[in-house]
Write a protein that binds this ligand. Structure first.
Ligand code: MG
Ligand code: MG
Length: 262
């Protein structure tokens, strides 16, 4: 069942989303050669709790951390730990925050140092696919319009859409109806209505769309070891325009950053 949100509930989700965005901003500043994903997770949890939020992922189905950190061929659900980020790596960081009973969910893939041209194109394409999907999040459109837009941008650039992982409704729960696939047919699927809130999250690879689950039973990688990217925003369908609730382009106050890194 799709749960529509009131304007007041969407404002709560925007507040949660702002915390998510601030965490991703901290991640972008902090990620560098030699940094461990455990350190990133510690910083993320600190940032979330200082903002009064709860790390949504921690304990979710037993997940042990506040972020998912997924380097290189890993698509999603990487468990933070001793992995050290190296020059030329890409690292996807996925963050969920619950604040005042509502969830924000967003992911970004960051490049460290110099990465090959094809990997740069992979990241650019995944971000563009996300934005193309978001542009379709209007009342009267269908979920399939989002799916088809994401798929077209991805495949036109020569990359592959992971099929067995999907975006989702989000609200009081991290995962609500409907599912939001990254491939599909325009005009198909549930009709978008004002008050729907969904996480749109293209997961794409430079090779196959097939994925494999690691022995840790969390982390999921491309089956052929090809580089993988993941970008995600929580978006509200409104009468005016798609509203990105996890938008990251708001500068963070320098004071908060300095105190955090001290
Ligand atoms: Mg996410
Ligand atoms: Mg999600």
């Amino acid at each position: 069942m799709i749960k529509l949100k009131s304007k007041a509930e969407i404002e709560k989700m925007a507040a949660a989303g702002a915390v998510v965005a601030s965490v991703l901003n901290v991640m972008e500043r902090e990620i560098g050669v030699g940094v461990t994903t455990q350190h990133l997770d510690d910083l993320a949890e600190q940032t979330i709790r200082e903002a009064g939020g709860i790390p949504t992922f921690k304990g979710y189905r037993g997940f042990p951390a506040s972020i998912c950190s997924s380097p290189n061929a890993m698509v999603v659900h990487g468990v933070p730990g001793e992995f050290e980020v190296g020059d030329g790596d890409i690292l996807s960081v996925d963050v969920g925050v619950t604040l005042d009973g509502f969830v924000g969910d967003s992911a970004w893939t960051f490049a460290v140092g110099a990465i090959p041209e094809e990997t740069t194109a992979l990241l650019d394409t995944c971000e563009k696919a996300l934005m193309a999907g978001i542009a379709q999040a209007k009342p009267g459109n269908h979920i399939g319009d989002i799916s088809a837009a994401v798929q077209k941008v991805t495949e036109d650039a020569g990359f592959a859409v992971v099929r067995s992982l999907v975006g989702h409704g989000v609200g009081a729960e991290m995962h609500e109806d409907p599912q939001v696939p990254n491939f599909g047919t325009a005009g198909a699927g549930p009709v978008l209505q004002e008050g729907m809130t969904i996480a749109i999250e293209p997961m794409i690879t430079a090779g196959t769309h097939e994925i494999v689950l690691a022995d840790d039973e969390w982390s999921i990688s491309s089956a052929d070891g090809s580089m993988s990217a993941h970008f995600e925003h929580t978006v509200a369908v409104t009468a005016d325009a798609p509203r990105v609730l996890t938008r990251r382009n708001v500068p963070e106050p320098a004071v908060a950053v300095n105190s955090l890194l001290a």
